[in-house]
Structures are given as structure tokens and as C-alpha cells.
Design a protein around this ligand. Structure first.
Ligand SMILES: Cc1cc2nc3c(=O)[nH]c(=O)nc-3n(C[C@H](O)[C@H](O)[C@H](O)COP(=O)(O)O)c2cc1C
Length: 159
């Protein structure tokens, strides 16, 4: 990594996106911002609530940021796919911080699909065109092949 300052912002309900965001932060020597909501999303009820919030494009309250996105050359925004779109906390973060972004990169984890639609929405919401995108399925996480995808992403960002 050159002199670029990288911020990785992520939300993770069950740990997949967290694992990938953390690895990216290591590889890019970036700062890691976890989005935390004051909302219980555990269990089946939490799953259903989350799906509904995503469909309704609800903005949830998130913790205040540790890092200022304005100070970074690239902000990587990582989200799980919920009902074919971004998780609610990520929607809130983009809405509240989009004026601060210079370059963005989008990453998602999903059970099988939905990345393309989510990326389109993230682009519209942030008013920013990503320099790179990366989607990782749960089976790629299981098999371990997500590492290669992350390495490719790191190369793209490093250009
Ligand atoms: C409420 C909810 C809705 C989901 N909807 C989708 C979906 O539409 N498409 C998909 O491929 N995966 C879907 N998933 C699976 C997650 O995107 C996937 O397991 C992801 O890796 C979870 O990330 P996390 O562990 O960081 O929370 C959904 C998961 C939840 C909790």
C-alpha cells in the first residue's frame, strides 16, 4: 500500500462481513469502523425485523463515528445483503456521511446473490461511483476462496 489513507466501514449481524472487513483493514493498513445499532437483531425475530427494515429502506440510529471519513482517500463500505439490498445501518451511514467521501469502494457478503442491486443503490445513495466492488458469498467464505477476492480488491485499490 502506498500513501493512501483507507477507512473500512462495515456492519455485521452474524460475523461474516466483520471477518472480511478486518482482513481488509490488515492488508491495507486501514482504519476499521464498525457500525453499531442500538437494536436487537438476534434470532428469528431479529432476522425478520432486519428483512423488513431493509425492504422499507429504514434508517436506523447508529453509534457516532470514531473516524472522520473526510480524512481518507478511500472509504470502503462493507455490508451484508438483506432482502436484496444493503443493511439498515449502512444505509444510515451513507446518508449521513456521503458529503465526506472522495473515493469509495463497495463490498458485500451474501447467501447467494443481490450484490449488483445493492451496489446500484449504494451508488445512487452515496452519489459516488466506486473505484472497485467486491461481492463474497457465504460458500466462498466457507471454502476460503474469499481470500483471493480480497487480494484482487486490494490490488485494484492500490493502483
Ligand atoms: C435479514 C436478512 C436478509 C438476508 N437477505 C439475503 C438476500 O436477499 N440475499 C442473499 O443472498 N443473502 C441474504 N441474507 C444472507 C446474508 O447476506 C449473509 O449471510 C451475510 O454474509 C451475513 O453477513 P453478516 O454475518 O456480516 O451479518 C440475508 C440475511 C439476513 C439476516
Amino acid at each position: 500500500m502506498g500513501e493512501k489513507r483507507v477507512l473500512i466501514v462495515y456492519y455485521s449481524r452474524s460475523g461474516n462481513t466483520k471477518k472480511i472487513a478486518s482482513e481488509l483493514a490488515k492488508k491495507l493498513s486501514g482504519d476499521l469502523e464498525e457500525l453499531i445499532e442500538n437494536k436487537n437483531r438476534n434470532g428469528v425475530v431479529g432476522y425478520i425485523k432486519s428483512g423488513l427494515d431493509a425492504v422499507k429502506k429504514v434508517n436506523t440510529k447508529i453509534n457516532s463515528s470514531k473516524f472522520d471519513a473526510k480524512e481518507y482517500d478511500i472509504v470502503i463500505i462493507a455490508t451484508p445483503i438483506w432482502a436484496g439490498t444493503m443493511a439498515s445501518a449502512v444505509r444510515t451511514y451513507i446518508s449521513e456521511n456521503k458529503e465526506k467521501f472522495s473515493k469509495v469502494t463497495f463490498l458485500c457478503t451474501h447467501g447467494g446473490g443481490g450484490g449488483e442491486k445493492a451496489f446500484n443503490e449504494m451508488r445512487e445513495l452515496s452519489k459516488a461511483y466506486p473505484v472497485a466492488i467486491c461481492d463474497i458469498s457465504n460458500s466462498e467464505i466457507k471454502k476460503g476462496s474469499w481470500i483471493e477476492k480480497i487480494d484482487k480488491l486490494v490490488n485494484e485499490i492500490d493502483k
